[in-house]
Write a protein that binds this ligand. Structure first.
Ligand SMILES: Nc1ncnc2c1ncn2[C@@H]1O[C@H](COP(=O)(O)OP(=O)(O)OP(=O)(O)O)[C@@H](O)[C@H]1O
Ligand SMILES: O=C(O)C1=C[C@@H](O)[C@@H](O)[C@H](O)C1
Ligand SMILES: [Mg+2]
Length: 182
């Protein structure tokens, strides 16, 4: 029997947690569409996220992010990966709770730093001490990510496919979200 995804699964968590990589692999596994709010914003603006931050500022990006998430939540039963800051806005959380189910990819700070340290694609980390900036964001955001409906612990030894398996296990505890697969 195939899978039946009943609700849109919204991946939330810190930058580098794997929302995009795991979300894409999860969608392929379940045979449902994959959407990524950061990618949609870049395509619509025809600019990269660092370019948008540099030209229009973070507040502009956040307004776009809310609009895009609202639009993407109307795609029935898909996997929607968000940007790392999206779940911080209460209005975004309310939309996500209404139309989908939020899954927090919970990765530790050391792993996150290993994943993001060599990339220049995250404008918020363009500071004098990006490791300390990441740590500050982590401290501030973890209590908010913890409001997600479901949590999946991400371990350094997990491959993307391993994490997909963990997400599926957790989703299967919610028959209103995922059924089938046996
Ligand atoms: N086991 C793994 N699981 C998830 N990602 C991994 C793994 N191993 C390496 N990666 C890599 O870690 C990087 C960060 O992942 P990804 O871009 O999916 O994070 P993200 O949560 O979408 O971040 P952002 O909030 O910035 O969009 C990617 O280059 C991804 O390919
Ligand atoms: O954690 C964040 O606030 C961000 C994460 C990325 O996904 C992008 O949405 C952007 O770089 C901001
Ligand atoms: Mg991403």
């Amino acid at each position: 029997m195939g899978w039946q995804l009943k609700k849109t699964v919204v991946m939330v968590g810190m930058m580098g947690a794997g929302k995009t990589a795991v979300g894409r692999a999860l969608a392929a596994r379940l045979g449902v569409p994959f959407l990524d709010s950061d990618a949609e914003i870049e395509t619509a603006a025809n600019m990269t996220i660092p370019e948008i931050f540099a030209r229009d500022g973070e507040a502009f990006f956040r307004a776009r992010e809310t609009q895009v998430i609202e639009r993407l939540l109307d795609t029935q039963s898909c996997i929607l990966s968000t940007g790392g800051g999206a779940f911080m806005a209460e209005g975004n959380r309310a939309m996500i709770a209404e139309k989908g189910v939020a899954v927090w990819l919970d990765a530790g700070l050391d792993l996150l730093w290993q994943r993001v340290r060599h990339k220049s694609t995250r404008p918020l980390l363009r500071t004098a001490d990006p490791k300390a900036t990441l740590a500050g964001l982590y401290e501030a955001r973890v209590p908010v990510y913890a409001l997600a409906d479901l949590r999946v612990a991400v371990m350094p030894r997990y491959s993307i496919e391993d994490t997909v398996e963990r997400v599926i296990e957790v989703l299967r505890t919610r028959p209103d979200v995922l059924q089938g697969g046996s």
